[in-house]
Design a protein around this ligand. Structure first.
Ligand code: PLP
Length: 384
């Protein structure tokens, strides 16, 4: 189906930060499959885990435990502030589960509260509920009526959350840095104030870390930057290193599901995807990939700062770790991305004016320097 206007490129192979198309042309992949290939394309750690697991066991029903599932749950819980985990298959599904968990918390522990406050310019997925949670104007959506119970307020504004809070509020759901919305960074004070407000009012704090989790921001989880711990955290994208898997984690207080058929998934916790994710998370932790992402993020930042200094039409460069953006003074994001594609660099447009930069976390300085050169040539062509 025609859901996306694709670039005229057929990708056949990847290795680290590089990919090749069916004509043999080489590209630097600074999209990482939309912030997924955190440890690079064709990483042997994942390839071997998948191969071994494929020869052992692919799927069981969730009436049983499997070793990869237990190992993945253990590594996530031991390395995060949360206690329980549910495995699913995508980011939207992780958020959908987190919203259900918050609703049950509201129903049972906050006098029937069910509303979830989310931020304008957030992105939480494309199922009906996560689409409704996503902070955009849904008037005229072809999917209406959407599930109700989502209140959108200004990001990085604690007063907006306070004003929107009523006895119906069950949770506040935020991205620690907004990704799809243009790489928007909130203040630490804001996140601390949100935490305090939630605590004072018995409201859950959900962090959507589908994009910011697993090293992307230079810390294993994005919440570590502010030190503000959520009650529920959702993960997907980088979790499987390229294999489709999602998860939501919760602290004991928020873990209110009961084994009454309230939540489940046939493929959630599948042995193959858990084995791949286990290998990927282990690789990130054992090789301190988050620290490498922080260092490489600084390298990109100084390169982007230099471009901003040099060209007045570059109006902003921003980001954290290896989630970066460059903003122009006119609607050229799509053109910049097309020119860069032709020149061998894959980037992600956030039309009309912003281009997102999110290479694999294993990217090298040399690759970043090459990509910044191509980016400069690409935007100069777009401005011709
Ligand atoms: C913050 C955030 N949440 C949720 C999603 C949805 O994830 P998925 O496409 O795996 O459903 C995305 C995808 O871009 C995302 O960036």
């Amino acid at each position: 189906m025609h859901c996306v206007n694709r670039q005229p490129v057929v990708i056949v192979k990847g290795q680290g930060t590089k990919i090749w198309d069916d004509t043999g042309k080489e590209y630097l992949d600074f999209t990482s499959g939309w912030a997924v290939n955190n440890i690079g394309h064709a990483n042997p750690a994942i390839a071997e885990a998948i191969s071994k697991q494929a020869h052992t066991l692919l799927q069981t029903s969730n009436q049983f435990y499997t070793v990869p599932q237990l190992q993945l749950a253990q590594i996530l819980v031991e390395n995060s502030c949360l206690d329980k985990v549910f495995f699913c298959n995508s980011g939207a599904e992780a958020n959908e589960g987190a919203i259900k968990l918050a609703r049950k918390f509201g129903a049972t522990k906050r006098d029937g509260a069910y509303e979830v406050i989310t931020a304008i310019n957030s992105f939480h997925g494309r199922t009906l509920a996560t689409w409704s949670a996503t902070g955009k104007n849904h008037e005229g959506d072809p999917f209406n009526p959407l599930p109700t119970g989502f209140i959108h307020v200004e990001y990085n504004n604690i007063e907006a959350i306070k004003t929107a809070t009523t006895e119906k509020t069950a949770a506040v759901m935020l991205e620690p840095v907004q990704g799809e919305g243009g790489v928007n960074i909130p203040s630490t004070q804001y996140l601390q104030d949100v935490r305090k407000w939630c605590d004072e009012n018995n409201i859950l704090l959900i962090f959507d870390e589908v994009q910011t989790g697993l090293g992307r921001l230079g810390t294993l989880f994005g919440y570590e930057i502010s030190g503000v711990e959520p009650d529920i955290m959702t993960l997907a994208k980088g979790l499987g290193g390229g294999v489709p898997i999602g998860a939501f984690l919760a602290n004991i207080r928020a873990s209110v599901f009961e084994p009454k058929g309230e939540h489940g998934s046939t493929f959630g916790g599948n042995a193959l995807t858990c084995a791949a994710a286990n290998a990927s998370v282990r690789y990130i932790i054992e090789n301190d990939i988050a620290e490498h992402a922080k260092e490489m993020g600084e390298h990109i930042r100084s390169g982007l700062d230099a471009l901003k200094e040099k060209y007045s039409f570059v109006v902003d460069v921003r980001g954290v770790g290896l989630l970066r953006a460059i903003e122009f003074d006119s609607d050229i994001a799509a053109a910049v991305v097309s020119y860069c594609n032709e020149l061998g660099l894959l980037l992600n447009p956030i039309p009309p004016v912003t281009v997102r930069i999110m290479p694999p976390l294993t990217v090298s300085e040399v690759e970043i320097d090459k990509a910044l050169k191509i980016l400069e040539t690409g935007f100069l062509k777009a401005y011709e």
